[in-house]
Design a protein around this ligand. Structure first.
Ligand SMILES: *[C@@H]1O[C@H](CO)[C@@H](O)[C@H](O)[C@H]1NC(C)=O
Ligand SMILES: *[C@@H]1O[C@H](CO)[C@@H](O)[C@H](O)[C@H]1NC(C)=O
Ligand SMILES: *[C@@H]1O[C@H](CO)[C@@H](O)[C@H](O)[C@H]1NC(C)=O
Ligand SMILES: *[C@@H]1O[C@H](CO)[C@@H](O)[C@H](O)[C@H]1NC(C)=O
Ligand SMILES: *[C@@H]1O[C@H](CO)[C@@H](O)[C@H](O)[C@H]1NC(C)=O
Length: 527
């Protein structure tokens, strides 16, 4: 099963209300940049240079500034020229391990190194206060430089600030609602996954990509900060020191990849980035077709009638989708027996498949907390011990659409078995819903339970979860697809073959396209 889309949007007024309630409790940290710039920074000691890199110790250079916690006294720096177009620079706490994005989640490229002199970009540094720059070998043009601002490294706060040219062309640091070319004046991009109903402007959204590409007339380069902690990346132009890009990160280590890109081909930097981040998954061919998807279909008759109406209107529908509406009380891996009964849903999927069309449904990862109800998806997860736990070892509870929920721990060794088993059983082609793709939502993970979430049961009731249905169930034997004509592209082509009409006019030249301009097959199927 493949998913042509990985992110998703929820359209419901209920959800909007919840988001507004949460927004009121958020408070942004405000700190005078002068306070940060007064921090002592570090001095490089014990610098060891090799043919393809360098290591050093960084020692706090003066009185600690302790802005958001105590400054870390000693850091380790490593710089590796990994390819001719990539420098890997890492700064970590010298005395203890800190969180790093696990290899299992983000496999790093095979360790390799090239002689620094063969590289298209170079690392340069100043001993004290320690600062570094990355410049283009051929032109000596500086691409990244921390020289105007001290590096700050505290347990829960890391800051690195680089100068930018005036009116820099910066792209990336998504997901965001800013213009593609980012405004460089007073812009903050916050990276922290959240379920952002309605895609509010200027806020953090569902996914995070801490990478930017900078395009100049002299070339295009890229910078990845491989860190999955929450962060604000600030672009500013009006500060002392000139235009700048500033990372403010709340944990982890400074793990930078600098990509040389190219002096004349802006696409190269994306290729170099893909060597580290991996290539995108290939989308199925049918993923490019016309898809129909919305929240709020009442029942199976409603879904079937949408499919029929596309056919009646002669619009080729490639794929039909259904949101959480199909579930029994919003419980994943269930079908509502009155509104979306299994035999009728199988009939719909069969109809779609018979017409070379596809079907996708939503699966939310949150699993309703239903001990002692014989609800297999909960029981099976408990048996495999894959639920996220609270500090005292009890199951960590939240509130999502079905009410009180548990959350799968995607790092648990049994998780693949759990998820695969549930999919194979519910989406069984023989006995279940034979879907062609799945729509994952709420995987941030989204949780409606407001902090401190002392009583999720009470909150589920207050928030009306699961929301009751507002229509009566349909006649279980209601006829569907009664007047439907087929609507897949290939069927339409059969119906409307303009090139070879069933009645052939007496054209002396033969077929209508013969010896003249080609008669385009302007059937709907060619759209
Ligand atoms: C932070 O530094 C202060 C002053 O040196 C010290 O008293 C305090 O114990 C430190 N706090 C932590 C959490 O290390
Ligand atoms: C490298 O850094 C040193 C010390 O800051 C500086 O003098 C030198 O000009 C830099 N080299 C390049 C090519 O930027
Ligand atoms: C920067 O943007 C913030 C948020 O939009 C705003 O409150 C602030 O006044 C702006 N500051 C400047 C100097 O424009
Ligand atoms: C464990 O902690 C949760 C809150 O995180 C609390 O609701 C629950 O009552 C605690 N369970 C026990 C047995 O202490
Ligand atoms: C089928 O078409 C007929 C004639 O247009 C119409 O009266 C009838 O309501 C349609 N049935 C369904 C289930 O759409």
């Amino acid at each position: 099963m493949t998913a042509p889309t990985s992110s998703s949007r929820r359209f419901s007024f209920l959800k909007a209300f919840i988001v507004v309630a949460l927004a009121q409790s958020s408070v942004a940290a405000v700190v005078d940049p002068a306070v940060l710039d007064a921090c002592p920074g570090y001095s490089a000691t014990n610098v060891k240079t090799s043919r393809s890199g360098l290591t050093a110790q960084l020692v706090l250079r003066g009185l600690a500034c302790n802005v958001f916690g105590n400054d870390t006294e000693r850091l380790s720096l490593s710089v590796v020229y990994e390819t001719r177009n990539r420098i890997h620079l890492k700064i970590t706490d010298a005395s203890q391990a800190r969180y790093e994005v696990p290899e299992s989640v983000f496999p790093r490229p095979q360790a390799q190194s090239v002689p620094s002199r063969s590289s298209n970009i170079q690392f340069n540094y100043t001993v004290s206060p320690f600062s570094f720059s990355i410049y283009r070998t051929s032109t000596r043009e500086v691409l990244f430089s921390t020289s105007s601002h001290p590096i700050i490294f505290e347990p829960q706060y890391l800051r690195v600030k680089t100068r930018l040219p005036a009116n820099a062309n910066i792209y990336g640091l998504g997901e965001h609602t800013n213009p593609f070319r980012l405004p460089t004046d007073n812009t903050t991009l916050t990276l922290w996954s959240r379920d952002a109903y309605g895609i509010p402007v200027g806020t953090n959204l569902y996914g995070n990509h801490p990478v930017y590409f900078e395009h100049r007339t002299t070339g295009t380069h890229g910078v990845l900060l491989l860190n999955s902690n929450g962060m604000d990346v600030k672009l500013s132009s009006g500060e002392p020191g000139g235009p700048a890009l500033e990372y403010n990160v709340i944990g982890g280590v400074l793990d930078f990849y600098f990509f040389a890109g190219s002096e004349n081909d802006p696409t190269q930097v994306a290729r170099q980035y893909a060597e580290v981040a991996g290539l995108p998954a290939e989308v199925p061919y049918w993923g490019f077709g016309f898809h129909q998807c919305r929240f709020g279909y009442k029942d199976f008759v409603d879904v079937a009638s949408v499919i029929s109406r596309y056919a009646a209107a002669g619009i080729p529908l490639e794929t039909m989708w259904t949101d959480i509406d199909y579930m029994d009380r919003r419980r994943i891996f269930t079908l509502d027996p009155d509104y979306f009964p299994l035999p009728r849903m199988r009939e719909i999927v069969q109809y779609l498949h018979n017409h070379d069309q596809k079907y996708i449904v939503m699966t939310d990862p949150a699993v309703p907390y239903l001990p002692d109800e014989g609800y297999t998806p909960y029981d099976h997860g408990k048996e495999l011990d894959i639920w996220l736990k609270a500090a005292n070892g009890s199951e960590s509870l939240g509130v999502v659409w079905p009410g009180v929920t548990v959350f799968p721990d995607w790092f648990h060794p049994n998780i693949q078995q759990y998820w695969t088993d549930e999919f194979l059983s519910f989406y069984s082609p023989e006995t279940g819903l034979d879907i062609d793709g799945v729509w994952i939502d709420m995987n941030e993970p989204a949780n409606f339970c407001n902090l401190p979430c002392d009583n999720p049961f009470e909150q589920a009731i207050e928030q009306n979860m699961p929301p009751p249905r507002t229509t009566l169930p349909p006649d279980p034997n209601a006829p569907i697809f009664v007047n439907a004509t087929s609507s897949s592209s290939s069927e339409l082509k059969k119906r409307e073959d303009l090139l070879n009409p069933p009645y052939a006019i007496n054209n002396a030249a033969g077929p209508i396209s013969s010896r003249t301009a080609f008669v385009r097959a302007y059937t709907l199927s060619s759209l």
